[in-house]
Structure formats: C-alpha cells, structure tokens
Design a binder for this molecule. Structure first.
Ligand code: CAA
Length: 283
C-alpha cells in the first residue's frame, strides 16, 4: 500500500515533531488541532527546529522550504480523513482520544490506516472501538521527535500484517529505526523509563537527594543525557503521572504506584517545561 498523505491530530510537542519529520521525508502532511493558536505555535516551532537543522548543515534551506510547503494546517477533523495514514497525537487521555476517533471515523477513507502515538494506552482497546481494528496500531515517537532515532510500533490483537508493514516502511523512509512491542501497558520504553523517573521522584520525596544531586548522579553516574527529574519536566509531569497510572492499573502491582509528590506537582499545575515550572523553575 502506498502512503503519501499523512494526517496528524494534535499539534503539540509530539504532533509538531511528527509533522516536521514526515514533511522532511517527503510526505504531504495535514496537521489538525482544536485551536488556531495551537496550529500557529506548531508552525513556528517546526520552522524554528528546521532552521536549527539548516544552521547545523544537516539539511539545506531548499529542503526546509519544501518541507514547510508540504504542511497544511486545519481546524477541521474531516480534512484529516482524506489521508492514507492518520497519527493521533492528542493529549494522553483515553476519553479525549476516543472522542477524536468517534468524530473522525465517518470521514475516514476505507483504506486509511489509523494509528495512535499513545505512550501507554491499550492499542487493542482503542482499536476495538473503531471500524477498522485490523488497520489500527500504535505508532509511538520519542521526544524530541526530530532527534530521537526510535519509533515503537505496537500491534493490537487484530492488527494485520499489511498495516504493520506499511507503518514499518514509513519509519524506514524517515531514516528512523522501529522496535516492535507487544500491546501491554506502556509497551517497552515507558515500561522501563517511567518507573525509573517515578523512583527518582521517590528519592526526592524521601529526602535521599536534592533535585540537583539526583540529576547529577544519573547524568555522571549512569551516562544519561538528562537527569530523570529534568527529563520528567521535559516530557511533562502530567504525562508521566498518566503513564504511571496506566502501569499501576493495568499490571495491578504496587511497584508501579505513582509517587505522591508527582501527583502533588500535577495537582498544582506544575507540569514541567510547558508550564515553566516543575522540578525546576524555568521562569
Ligand atoms: N529539533 C531539531 N533538532 C533538535 C531539537 C529539535 N526539537 N532538539 C535538539 N535538537 C538537536 C540540536 O540541534 C543538536 O544537534 P547537533 O547534535 O547537531 O548539535 C542535538 O539535537 C542536541 O541538542 P542540544 O545541543 O541543544 O542539547 P543536548 O545536547 O543537551 O541534547 C537532547 C538535547 C537531544 C534533548 C538530549 O538531552 C537528550 O537526548 N535527552 C533525552 C531525551 C529522551 O530521553 N527522550 C525520550 C523521552 S521519553 C519519550 O519521548 C517517550 C514518551 O512516551 C514519554
């Protein structure tokens, strides 16, 4: 199956990164969000990130303008239906994703593959509520999308081989590497990464170390590019909490209980970089 036009729902950090790499790889992109401000901010972010690649001589300025010209933004979800592959990258809440699929389904072409960039929600359950469980799967990028090499591909119980092969081919055209994960809570990356971040928050909560010493320890002691608390701020503390809740509920093991301090920060609206305050103060 030939994929040429890609619909992306959600123009936030992940959605605009996905639009960026898809357009650069030669796909036509239809980027959708619920507010014009979100779309405008996404276009600015994509331009800035492409310009950074031009200044580092990773791409030419011609490639940048061609990529920008391939991106159309729209507030109308129906426009996304006229594509070959849809990647939903909205907020990590199942009710939100469900409402989007319900509105989108009547507009989808029969051949369109529907995917979610969810970092933890059951692909099988999301798929079961659509009209195409065999053409539904998880397409999970890492943040920052233009830099990170991995894409996790997750098959739901009903995903067919043609769908998997088509998504795998897209990952290859992006020049990225696919890892195949089975559909269990949080898949592979977040099954391992989030408990580490949660444990770092417990380490802070229990007074074992300060924010700085915890991050320094993991950067210099384990060669991580970012400390776990800095990384949590980068990912978004609400996303980290949502993933821990999926692990806790889905695997019913107390080892996945979210740290109360993580919950408190989220309740305070201290969500990390995106709200200018998390474990660090960015104001
Ligand atoms: N677009 C394009 N290029 C970007 C970019 C972006 N958004 N962000 C960074 N870059 C480029 C920079 O231009 C730079 O390029 P060069 O190597 O050519 O110089 C390179 O990436 C490194 O960036 P910086 O020099 O600005 O900063 P850095 O060296 O501190 O690296 C980082 C930044 C790449 C984010 C690095 O800190 C890192 O790898 N951090 C860990 C990120 C990570 O773990 N991500 C996964 C999160 S988990 C996830 O996403 C799954 C989930 O579901 C929650």
């Amino acid at each position: 199956m030939i994929i040429q036009k890609i619909g992306i729902i959600g123009a936030g950090q992940m959605g605009n990164g996905i639009a960026h790499v898809m357009a650069l790889a030669g796909y036509d992109v239809v980027l959708n969000d619920v507010s014009q401000e979100a779309l405008d901010n996404a276009i600015v972010a994509i331009e800035k990130n492409l310009a950074r690649q031009v200044s580092k001589e990773k791409i030419t300025s011609d490639a940048m303008s061609t990529a920008m010209a391939r991106i159309t933004s729209t507030l109308t979800l129906a426009d996304v239906g006229k594509t070959d592959l849809v990647i939903e990258a909205a907020t990590e809440r199942e009710t939100v994703k469900q409402a989007i699929f319900d509105e989108l389904l009547p507009h989808l072409q029969p051949h369109t593959i529907l995917t979610s960039n969810t970092s933890s929600i059951s692909i099988t359950r999301l798929a079961s509520r659509t009209d195409r469980p065999e053409r539904f799967m998880g397409f999970h990028f890492m943040n920052p999308v233009p830099v990170m090499q991995l894409v996790e591909l997750i098959r739901g119980i009903a995903t067919d081989q043609d769908t998997y092969a088509a998504c795998h081919a897209v990952v290859e055209r992006l020049g990225k590497t696919a890892a195949s994960a089975e559909d269990f809570p949080a898949f592979i990356v977040n099954r391992i990464l989030m408990p580490m971040i949660n444990e770092a928050v417990y380490t802070l909560y229990e007074g074992v170390g300060s924010v700085q010493s915890i991050d320094l320890s993991m950067k210099l002691g384990a060669n991580h590019p970012m400390g776990p608390l800095e990384l949590a701020d980068f990912i978004g503390l609400d996303t980290c909490l949502a993933i821990m809740n999926v692990l806790h509920d889905g695997l019913a093991d107390t080892k996945y209980r979210p740290c109360p301090l993580l919950t408190k920060y989220v309740e305070a609206g201290w969500l990390g970089r995106k709200t200018q305050r998390g474990f660090y103060d960015y104001r």
